[in-house]
Ligand binder design. Structure first.
Ligand code: SF4
Length: 329
């Protein structure tokens, strides 16, 4: 089976900017970005990130705000903070070079089993499985099985082919052929080995888990402007979107000691869906005063260098319209 898979990979592998470099840092960045993100969306972010932070040292020295600003729009910002933490630890403990040792990789802050396996196998060609959702799905279908030892199976393949090739071909098969919905079994290189396919049970694997219900939060976003038409922004201190900048809510402003007077009529509404939470937002023009704003607030006339999450996109556009109207008189 492994021969069929690796032959197919040799002929069908996508050209990606981090492939074939043997650069552990490039693998670390790309694999961190790839969690929860499609490859087509990832590549432009990866290119910008590597241009700005070409190696561990450059990333370790960057501010968290700069790192988050380059991540803005990719979502799941805890990944960016974890990557930043990893770079700092590697700079300090290993002089800026990722260690060619799975256990040492795993012990770094921000690196879990999957990322350690990906870096160790792809960059260092070590027989360390990297089992993500793609590999788990391929395994579940090939063996028509729920659960089981996917990592052990991948390790057994690494006895028969170079670990680099095993990891990348399994990832590629899961991304291009054995996709979550509508897998292309007709053109699958390992269809003749696939138990779910031969039993006509592909749709049954992997077993679907019931998704937890999302919590709904209603938020009153305040577009606060001063006499120079600067807008008030707040750096988040909460766990969700920590370190990102946002247009504050009325509740946050009040808790942070501002006196708030907002319009009664909303400017618009917007919704943002996270993994576990939904924000239902209504935005209002508002005035907010406080003797001196706390350090996690800023008055700004532009946001280009600030990490604003996708959840703030509607409000950023709203502010740009307000500024455009002001310029047009
Ligand atoms: S035959 Fe279909 S279900 Fe089986 S591994 Fe190939 S694409 Fe996946």
């Amino acid at each position: 089976m492994i021969d069929r898979l690796t032959d197919w990979f040799g002929k069908n592998r996508r050209e990606l900017p981090f492939r074939g470099l043997g650069d552990p840092y490039a693998i670390l960045v790309s694999e961190t970005m790839a969690q929860q993100t499609r490859m087509s969306a990832l590549v432009p972010y990866y290119n910008r990130f590597i241009e700005r932070f070409p190696d561990v040292g450059a990333l370790a020295e960057a501010s968290e705000t700069d790192v988050l600003a380059l991540w803005a729009g990719l979502g799941y910002y805890s990944r960016a903070r974890a990557l930043h933490r990893t770079a700092k630890a590697v700079a300090e403990a290993y002089g800026g070079s990722l260690p060619p040792d799975p256990a040492a990789l795993r012990s770094l802050p921000g690196i879990g089993d999957y990322t350690a396996g990906a870096v160790a196998s792809i960059a260092f060609n070590l027989p360390t499985p990297a089992v993500d959702g793609n590999v788990r799905r391929v395994y579940a279908r090939l063996f028509a099985r729920d659960g089981g030892d996917a990592a052990g199976w991948v390790r057994s393949l690494m006895d028969k082919a170079p670990p680099t090739v095993v990891t990348e071909s399994l990832m590629e098969l899961g991304a291009l052929v054995c996709t979550p919905s509508s897998p292309k079994c007709g053109s699958c290189p390992v269809a003749s080995f696939c138990e779910a396919f031969s039993a006509g049970r592909v749709d049954e694997f992997p077993k679907k888990r019931a998704k937890p219900e999302k919590r709904v939060e209603e938020r009153m976003i305040c577009i606060v402007t001063d006499h120079n038409n600067r807008v008030l922004l707040r750096r988040r201190t909460e766990r969700l979107l920590h370190g990102m900048w946002e247009f504050p809510t009325e509740e946050q402003l009040t808790l942070d000691g501002f006196t708030v007077v907002r319009d009664s009529k909303p400017l618009r509404s917007a919704k943002h869906v996270f993994t576990h939470i939904v924000w239902l937002m209504k935005g209002y023009r508002a005035k907010a005063e406080r003797a001196s704003p706390p350090e996690n607030y800023l008055w700004r006339r532009d946001f280009a260098d600030l990490p604003l999450p996708s959840a703030m996109r509607a409000w950023k556009e709203t502010v740009e319209v307000i500024w455009g109207n002001e310029q047009n008189g």
